[in-house]
Design a protein around this ligand. Sequence first.
Ligand code: GDP
Ligand code: ZN
Length: 370
Amino acid sequence: MHFPDSSLRDLGWSSFFASQLDPGAAGISGRVASANHGRFLVWIAPDRTSVSQTEFVEVDASVTGSLRKSGALWPAVGDWVVLRPGAPVIDRVLNRQTKLSRKQPEREIREQVLAANIDVLFIVSGLDHDYNPRRIERFLVMAKESGARPVVLLNKADLAEGLSLNLGEIVGSIQQLSAGISVLPISALSDANLDTLPAELGPGQTAALIGSSGVGKSTILNRLLGHNRQATTAVRASDSRGRHTTTTRQLFRMPGNWLLMDLPGLREVQLWANPDPGARGVSDGKLEASFDDIQALAEHCRFRDCTHTAEPGCAVTGADLDPARLANYLKMQRELALLERKTNPRLGKETRAKGNAIGKPVRHHPKRGG
Ligand code: GDP
Ligand code: ZN
């Protein structure tokens, strides 16, 4: 086995991945830098004797037939994989430390892994009319589910003054969305505060940029790279959205020894969730983890299975909560309930029965006594 640990570490290699390899087994470990219709660009450390430690070679690899058929993990950008010695084929995908997923767009009820092994998720929002706290809330739920640490980037801070926006106030309102969340106002155009991004990552750590089209993801990437790797397109004056040029997800090595992935072209971001051990279903506790204010209030609802819609004695609807935040919470709850029904028909029946009982307190179970 070929294993120059110190250099692979620069790509994010750690004992978490090393411990998954069978000692003595042949194979070359590498990281998937991009994926395109079943072809994968994989970074591997070449023979140490011929090139410097920090050089990597990129191999264009496919996937073995057995991996294809086995239903084992399918490679996603950011994955650590094992290549067959002497052939550019991926034999195996190593278990992931984190995984950023969404539901496949449109009607398909399948998980789509957008990015694997991301340490920090930069949630990018523009300060122009793209600014939308509800979308940030949704990305925060995705980040929570992924295991990556979310950091909100408020881009286009240079426009704040012209738009008479109170930057401090906006930062404060985002900090309200999630306890302890970092919010960084930046301007990719004027380079303001851009140096705060690498500071969020340790050596060899990986970040990803997520956000609507037009918020400035590729501008941020290009600025940090120091050169243009992806075409930035002119914004249509009407809606501030750049046209789609790239739709591939790709990993970049950044100056200062960290990695950054762009996640362009995500028009539709529907939640995907996998059940936690001991959970009643896929959606159990998922949203509550990101809405601790609602969870704290819900402890005081009269009914344990309160849906916070029309029940008497509901502590959530009775509270002084931003109605838009509650509506967004309930919307995502419905989305997860639908996912639950589609992925688990048995549980789905129960959920449906419970859903039908809304507004009929007789079917609810009071918390104490009875
Ligand atoms: P992406 O779709 O998220 O990758 O967004 P782009 O990087 O393509 O940027 C969309 C548009 O916003 C481009 O016209 C950029 O020049 C512009 N833009 C990006 N960052 C900034 C910024 O900090 N300030 C201003 N005023 N415009 C920006
Ligand atoms: Zn309630």
